[in-house]
Each structure stands twice: as C-alpha cells, then as structure tokens.
Design a protein around this ligand. Structure first.
Ligand code: DGJ
Length: 380
C-alpha cells in the first residue's frame, strides 16, 4: 500500500468521525457509553437540559431498566444521570420488569413544582394489546419518579368533536368489520371505535405532551388501533385527564406525534405506521389546539425526505428565540439499544411552513445560532 493511499484512508476515517449526526447517529455520553434514551424528549429546567428516553436492552424488546435520564448544559455533551423511573421488581406491578415503556415525556408543573412523566405502557407478556398510558411524578427533574397509575384514557367520555347523534349508532353490522372499505372508513369517522372503547377508556400508544403558553397541558396519542390521533387535556396538576378531548384525522394512521407552537400556530409532525421502519413524515397545523387541524405536505426536503432521512419523530424541542429542534429516532430493531438519533433544526420557508433538511447542518459551526442559516444548530 503506498503512502498516499494510507493518508487518504486516514483522512476519510477522521472525516467520518467528525461528521454530523446523520452519519454518526449513535451518540455517546460523557463517559463514552452509547446514549440509551429512545423515543424521548428534552426538558429545559433552570439552565440545564434533561433528556429522557427509553432505556432499551441490547437484545429483546421489553423494558429491563426503565426511563433513562441525561443532563447537558449545551445540548452536545450529555452526562448520564441514571434511571429516572425504574421498572418494578414486584410481580404483577403495571411496570414490572419485562413490561414495555415507550416514548416517555416529562413536563414541569410550575403550580405544584412537580415534574410529571407520561409514557406509553404495555403490560408484561401482553404484546401491544393493553395500549395504556402511565403517569409518574418526581420532586426533581432527574427523578426518582414515582409511578402513580396506568390505564386507558378518559373512560366514559365522548370526544368534544364527535357529533351527538353519532353516539347512538349501532355498528354491529358486519359491513363495518372489514377494514379499509368505504363503509368502515365512514364508521371510524363516526366514532365506531370510540364507542367500542368508551367504557374502559381509549387506547393510547405513541404519545407526546405539550404545554401551552397558558400552562394547560395536553396528551397527544395514537388511539383507536393507531388509526386516529387524540388530543386530551390534562388536569391542572398534570396527573390525570380532564375529560376534554378531540379526535383528529380518523383512519389517518398517524404515529410518533411531536407538537410545537410558533406564534399563534400549533404544528404537529407525525409518522405513518410502518413499525420500526422509517416512512414519510406528515405535518399538520391548527389555529387552536382544539383545531381545526389541516394537513400540509411532508416537511422533509432533499435526499432521503421520503423516509424522514431514516428517522421517526419523537419530540420538538423549543429553544429561546422561537428556534425549534426536531428530534427523531433511527430505530435499529435488531438491537434497539443501538438505535440512533437525528436532530434537525426546523427552518420556516417563505410561506411560513416548517421545513426539515438534512443538509442544513455544516461542520464548521458550534452549538448556537449558525451565522449562515440563522438557526440554532447542534453538532456532534
Ligand atoms: C412504532 C412506534 O412508533 C414505536 O414507538 C414502537 O411502538 C414501534 N412501532 C413498535 O413496533
């Protein structure tokens, strides 16, 4: 091998190591270990960023540890603080080791001064059937969080936006049982599955939380067999649901919701339902959290846009000055622990529509507002 060739290979190796997150999607913490915080969120509290996410094992799909927590002052260097919410060792507990905890989100309640965590929970050994949500609370951002309860959402309640006459419909006819037919679609739109689940509460799988400017918080989740998104208001202490909720895009098959607000407009980015495989992101907006919600084109642009650059949305982090970071997971189902991360700044185009571009990142900037893009950029 000649010297030029060796130098060229070395140059390529060094360049690869300093590439931004797209190529280096498996990030490491300050101890040099892979960050294990999937389907997560970032909470800013008193000058520190706290990253919460699913701790995933190297093998298998069930939760063996709990919800992980990391802290950072600059969004770049992350110190592992430990497991914020531990699985329980008690047989029969809702959060018994071997359950599935997904997509944890943490918000701070300034009235109660408590940190509140909601997440998607599947009971041990029951696959994805239970479709529950769960809540835990802590005095401190990093935990320990104390599990409060799990269950389905808003038992006995009807959504605010379902016409009253739809409540009495009879969906027994077998023409509504076969999926994706026009009759079935119509029945889903008219609340067939809401009616089915009303007594025990609505299904809740992929989820996020959103705190509005007035302090009201909302739980946004994939419901009705992942067919329809629900937006449910939380109680003033954020520890339960208030009973007020709406369903949006019935039969739209949206997962992985991530919500943010710019000016007076509420934006939501979701994915389609293709398991661990990436698909095209979807985007919606509304003038009020209660709608009306309208759909926009895929916010991703450029190469890889049809697969969200390999990622699936999990959260949108708001930074000072109305800068927003789109956080996504690059799932590696062969070993979920090694799933990677893709964080992109959200640009707003001339029409004010959010845009995600993988090539907006450059390697020259440090964290902060990029002089070229006038956006908050994060580089690893
Ligand atoms: C896609 C979801 O977005 C993930 O959180 C996870 O539930 C997988 N499906 C499981 O297949």
């Amino acid at each position: 091998m000649n010297r030029k060739y060796i130098l060229a290979v070395m140059f390529m190796m060094v360049t690869a190591l300093s590439l931004p997150v797209s190529a280096q999607d498996q990030w490491k913490d300050t101890d040099g270990n892979y960050i294990n915080a999937h389907g997560g969120c970032v909470l800013q509290h008193e000058g520190t960023y706290y990253w919460f996410g699913e701790h995933r094992p190297a093998e298998g799909f069930s939760t063996q540890a709990g919800v992980n927590c990391y802290a950072s002052a600059n969004l770049k260097e992350w110190k592992h603080l430990g497991i914020a919410l531990q699985v329980s060792e008690e047989a029969g507990s809702d959060i018994e080791r071997g359950c599935i905890m997904e997509r944890p989100k943490v918000i701070y309640n300034s009235k109660t001064r408590k940190f509140v965590m909601w997440f998607h929970l599947e009971l041990k050994g029951q696959g994805y059937g239970p479709a529950r949500t769960a809540v835990a609370v802590s005095e401190r951002p990093e935990g320990p969080y104390h599990f409060i309860r799990s269950g389905r959402v808003n038992p006995g309640k009807w959504p605010l936006n379902l016409p009253k006459d739809a409540r009495k419909k009879n969906w027994e006819d077998k023409k509504y049982q076969e999926w994706w037919t026009p009759d079935w679609h119509n029945a889903v739109e008219q609340g067939m599955l809401i009616q089915r689940d009303r007594k025990g509460g609505q299904m809740s799988r992929d989820m996020t939380l959103f705190v509005d400017d007035d302090g009201n918080a909302y739980h946004i989740y994939s419901s009705e067999e992942n067919l329809t998104l629900h937006i449910a208001e939380l109680s003033a202490d954020y520890l339960s649901h208030s009973g007020r909720y709406i369903c949006i895009f019935p039969g739209g098959h949206n997962e992985a919701p991530a919500l943010f607000k710019k000016g007076e407009t509420y934006w939501m980015i979701t994915s389609g339902c293709t398991g661990w495989n990436p698909n095209a992101a979807r985007m919606f907006s509304a003038p009020s959290i209660w709608g009306p919600w309208e759909q926009h084109p895929n916010p991703c642009r450029g190469e890889g846009a049809e697969k969200t650059f390999g990622g699936q949305s999990t959260y949108v982090l708001e930074l000072p000055g109305e800068h927003f970071i789109f956080m996504a997971d690059i799932w590696k189902p062969a070993s979920l622990m090694y799933s990677g991360y893709l964080w992109l700044p959200i640009r707003f185009d001339e029409a004010g529509l959010p845009v995600l571009e993988q090539d907006r990142r450059c390697t020259k900037c440090v964290n902060g507002t990029c002089p070229k893009n006038k956006q908050w950029m994060i580089f690893r």
